[in-house]
Design a protein around this ligand. Structure first.
Ligand SMILES: Cc1cc2nc3c(=O)[nH]c(=O)nc-3n(C[C@H](O)[C@H](O)[C@H](O)COP(=O)(O)O)c2cc1C
Length: 212
C-alpha cells in the first residue's frame, strides 16, 4: 500500500577510474542525467576527485572525503555504481570505496539497507559483465537491491571518444534508461508504507546527535 507523500528522490553516482579521461565516469554521468530526467536530485561522487585514503580497519572513523562518501551514500535513496573492468573484475579504487562503507554497519538501519542500485561497467573488451557480477555481490553484502537492468559497456574505447564523450547512441540510451529505472524503483521504496528507511535514518541521526 502506498501512503507516504511523494518526495524528490536522491540518487548518488559513485565511480569512475582515477584517470583524467574515464569512460566509466562518463557513463556514470550519463546515467545520472537519466536519473535527473526522471525527476531525481543527483550527486556525482567521482573517485578521481575524492582521492580516498585506503580503508584501514584500525582507523575506521571516516574523515574528509571518506566521510563525504559515507554520509552521501547513507543519505541517498538510490545509487548508480560504475567501475572500469580491471584484470577481469572491478578496479581497486572502486573496491576501496566500497570497503569504506563498512563503517555503516554500526548504523540503524545498517549499511545501504533498502537502497536501490544500478550497475555499470566499462571494459576494453567484451567481459564487462564480470565487473557487474562482482558489484552485485557487494550490493547484497551491503543490504541493498540491484535493479535487474544493468549496463556492461563493451569496447569502451570505441563507445566513447578520446575525451570521454559518448559516440554510441545506444550506449547513451542504455545508461539514461538505467538512471530512470533506479529512480522508478527507488520511488517505490520511498513511498511504501511498510518501508520507513528514511524515517529510521532520521531517527538514527537524532540518536547519534543526542549521544545515545
Ligand atoms: C589496469 C587495467 C586493467 C584492465 N583490465 C582489463 C580487462 O581485464 N579486460 C578488459 O576488457 N579491459 C581491461 N582494461 C581496459 C579497461 O577496462 C578500459 O580501458 C576501461 O575503459 C577503463 O575504464 P576508464 O575509462 O573509466 O578508465 C584494463 C585497463 C587497465 C588500465
Amino acid at each position: 500500500m502506498i501512503t507516504q507523500e511523494a518526495r524528490v528522490i536522491s540518487i548518488v553516482g559513485l565511480g569512475g577510474s582515477l584517470g583524467r579521461i574515464s569512460r566509466s565516469r562518463s557513463a556514470l554521468q550519463l546515467a545520472l542525467e537519466g536519473a535527473a530526467g526522471a525527476g531525481a536530485e543527483t550527486l556525482l561522487l567521482d573517485l578521481r576527485e575524492l582521492e580516498l585514503p585506503m580503508f584501514n580497519p584500525d582507523h575506521e572513523l571516516p574523515a574528509g572525503s571518506a566521510k563525504q562518501l559515507v554520509e552521501s551514500c547513507y543519505g541517498a535513496d538510490g545509487m548508480l555504481w560504475s567501475s572500469p573492468l580491471y584484470q577481469g573484475t572491478i578496479s581497486g579504487s572502486f573496491k576501496n570505496a566500497l570497503d569504506w562503507l563498512h563503517v555503516l554497519g554500526r548504523r540503524e538501519p545498517s549499511f545501504l539497507h533498502d537502497k536501490v542500485i544500478g550497475l555499470i561497467s566499462a571494459a576494453g573488451g567484451v567481459q564487462g559483465l564480470q565487473a557487474i557480477n562482482t558489484l552485485e555481490f557487494s550490493v547484497r553484502a551491503l543490504r541493498a537491491w540491484a535493479v535487474p537492468y544493468v549496463v556492461p559497456i563493451a569496447g569502451a574505447l570505441g563507445a566513447f571518444d578520446s575525451e570521454g564523450r559518448v559516440r554510441d547512441a545506444s550506449v547513451r540510451t542504455q545508461l539514461e534508461t538505467l538512471g530512470a529505472e533506479v529512480v522508478r524503483v527507488a520511488e517505490r521504496f520511498a513511498t511504501h508504507d511498510q518501508i520507513h528507511r528514511q524515517g529510521e535514518c532520521d531517527e538514527a541521526a537524532e540518536r547519534i546527535a543526542a549521544g545515545a
